[in-house]
Every structure is written in C-alpha cells, then in structure tokens.
Design a protein around this ligand. Structure first.
Ligand code: ITT
Length: 196
C-alpha cells in the first residue's frame, strides 16, 4: 500500500517508515515540496485532520491514502502543558532542543525532579474524501534532565512506565511496542483494512 505522510517532522517520518515496513511510505514533501500548514485547532484530533485534509486536497488524487499525526506530551503537574503546543512550547519555530529545555526549566521552577507525563498521538486518515481518526497514548514520567541520544523531541527526558531509562537510551524496538504512535497506528491499520 502506498501511504503519503502529511508531516514534515523527520522523527515521525523515521518512525512511520519503521512501523510500516511492508508499505511504501512517502513524505508529502517528496511529492509537493515543503509547505507550511497552519495548525489552529484546539485539539490533537482537529490539527491531525487539518494536516491530512490539506495534503489530500493538494495531491488532487481521489485514491491517495494520506495519514497525518498530531502529537505531544502532557505533564499533569504543569496543568497538562505543553499538550497540543508541544512543537512550539519554547516559541514559534523552536527546535526540539529548545522545547525540551523549556520543559526542563518549567520542572526546575517547581523543584520537580520527576513527575508523571503522557504522550498523545492522533492519526488522521483521508481516503476517497472521507476522514477517519484514531488515538494512542503512552504513560510514564519526565525527569529534569536529558539522558541519551535516541528518539526525538522530548524522548531524552521521558521514562516509559515499567522502565528505568529514557527513550534517549532505550531502543526503537521498545518505543515501537509501547509508543502512542505505535498504538494509534495499530488502530489505523485496522481502519485501512476495512476502507481500502
Ligand atoms: P508536523 O505537524 O509536520 O507533523 P510537528 O513537529 O509540528 O510536525 P506536532 O505539531 O504534532 O508535529 O508536534 C509534536 C510535538 O510533540 C513535537 O515537538 C515533537 O517533538 C513532540 N513529540 C510528538 N511525538 C513524540 C515522540 O514520539 N517523541 C518525542 N517527542 C514527540
């Protein structure tokens, strides 16, 4: 199956390619060039739909299968911040490193060394003009430092439940099994089995 990914995030693209090893996974930029999509909804689901529909419409191919992912990390002790603002927590155009540092700074302001956190992913599928959405979550904790180089985004400060290492240290195989994205994609595959 040929799947067009409606994302510019290299970390997500790498993970989707590993999660869908038997499918042809193409980032939208390979077909349409780079494009900025305004994500102005107030939920993961709303933003996932905006991204998938924008790319589906631009492709102008009814049979294209487009998948998007809107995701983020939420920390209950920080009023569930950064949540849907995870990609711009340190400001518009902030890098992954800036955002991770901002979260460490916010934990330090409250003298928190470790606290509960969870990732959310909403995947939207658009096929033949219809929209489908699924969600996945992963629980664990965040620590006030960065450990390891693996993963992307907030991974070097996130410890999944049941482990004592961050995703900066744990392998992709472990993340694949437990991640919000992996769980949402399992459901997305079921939807694709039915609709395509
Ligand atoms: P697209 O909109 O092009 O997909 P984006 O990076 O802007 O790319 P989001 O708006 O969904 O994507 O923001 C997701 C943010 O949450 C981003 O800062 C990521 O670093 C972070 N994030 C999401 N999933 C993650 C994961 O599995 N590991 C680490 N950080 C993650």
């Amino acid at each position: 199956m040929r799947i067009v990914l409606a994302t510019s995030n290299k970390g997500k693209i790498n993970e989707f390619k590993k999660l869908l090893p038997t499918d042809e996974v193409v980032a939208f930029s390979e077909l349409l060039g780079e494009m900025e999509i305004i994500e102005d909804a107030d939920t993961f689901k709303g933003n996932a739909i905006i991204k998938a529909k924008t790319i589906y419409d631009k492709l102008n191919d009814e049979n294209a299968i487009v998948i998007s992912d809107d995701s983020g990390i939420s920390v209950p002790e920080l009023n569930n911040e950064p949540g849907i603002y995870s990609a711009r927590y340190a400001g518009q155009g902030a890098s992954d490193k800036d955002n991770l540092q901002k979260l460490i700074d916010e934990l330090n302001k409250k003298d928190i060394k470790e606290t509960a956190a969870y990732y959310t992913a909403c995947i939207a599928i658009v096929y033949k003009g219809e929209v489908y959405t699924v969600h996945g979550w992963m629980h664990g904790s965040v620590i006030n430092k960065e450990v390891g180089e693996n993963g992307f985004g907030y991974d070097p400060m996130f410890i999944p439940t049941g482990f004592d290492k961050t995703f900066g240290e744990l392998s992709h195989e472990i993340k694949k099994e437990f991640s919000h994205r992996g769980k949402a994609l399992k459901l997305a595959k079921k939807v694709l089995e039915v609709i395509v």
